[in-house]
Design a protein around this ligand. Structure first.
Ligand SMILES: [Zn+2]
Length: 130
């Protein structure tokens, strides 16, 4: 018990980390950014095909902007540069996701929504009107 207590509380600090509001913001950014891997992995395992869900880009954007604000607070040029431009492809991918969703073709046969490049409905086989 003493050993576990020493691991958790070290030098009067939780996990030996000097906690502050900015440390909490930084760790939240890390948690959000890291969670995107599990979201992408789960989606890929579910479809048995490599997919990048929209949530991956949202988590990337929120996590990297949070880490960018933390790095600006820390005034660490290496850390700032690492997150200064990553938001550009994240936003672009979110825009393309949105455009793709809007361009989906509704099947006249079954009413299912299909990707814009589809010629036949994969749900009922009906030829899609373009
Ligand atoms: Zn159909």
């Amino acid at each position: 018990m003493e050993f576990i207590n020493h691991l958790v509380w070290h030098d009067g600090k939780l996990l030996g980390i000097d906690w502050s509001v900015w440390k909490i913001i930084g760790w939240l950014g890390n948690a959000v950014f890291f969670s995107r891997f599990f979201v992408q992995w789960y989606a890929t395992e579910k479809k048995k095909q490599v997919v990048v869900p929209q949530a991956f880009w949202w988590l990337s954007l929120i996590g990297s902007v949070t880490l960018l604000s933390y790095s600006l607070h820390q005034q660490d040029s290496v850390f700032i540069f690492a997150y200064a431009f990553t938001w550009i492809p994240y936003i672009r991918n979110l825009m393309i996701h949105r455009q793709n969703k809007a361009a989906r073709i509704v099947c006249a046969g079954c009413g299912q929504k299909n990707p814009p490049q589809a010629n036949y409905c994969p749900h009922c086989g009906e030829k899609l009107a373009k």
